[in-house]
Ligand binder design. Structure first.
Ligand code: SF4
Ligand code: SF4
Length: 109
């Protein structure tokens, strides 16, 4: 059975936090618990300030097992309006990542 994960192209992440909200609602997480969190990475060059939004899965991410077992996409993937999240086999995600320089793969177990 292939190992699945999430590929997140944070280059296109708008920092909207919809993935966080969708995850919390899907799992009915209490305050302080979340399956994904969007962090901000600020870097400064001589003439510009850069802000990257970096979504990071937590230990509570179960890759939406209930949804994916029935063929539904994970809640975060479904609600990401920037369409910068992909769910699938890690080997496929790694291949896709070759063309996506600012991206991350998470494959929690
Ligand atoms: S895959 Fe499911 S559990 Fe994991 S971060 Fe996305 S919504 Fe949360
Ligand atoms: S829903 Fe998509 S665009 Fe919005 S913060 Fe999450 S990963 Fe970024």
């Amino acid at each position: 059975m292939p190992r699945n994960g999430l590929l997140i192209e944070y280059d296109y992440c708008t920092g909207c936090h919809a993935c966080e909200v969708a995850c919390k609602q899907e799992h009915n997480f209490s305050d302080g618990m979340c399956g994904i969190r969007v962090d901000e990475l600020v870097t400064v060059s001589p003439d510009k300030v850069h802000v990257d939004f970096i979504p990071i899965t937590t230990r509570f991410c179960d890759l939406c097992a209930d949804r994916t077992e029935s063929g539904e996409p994970p809640a975060c993937v479904k609600h990401c309006q920037a369409i910068c999240m992909t769910y699938g086999p890690v080997t496929d995600l790694a291949k896709a990542m070759e063309d996506k320089p600012r991206s991350l793969i998470f494959a929690p177990r």
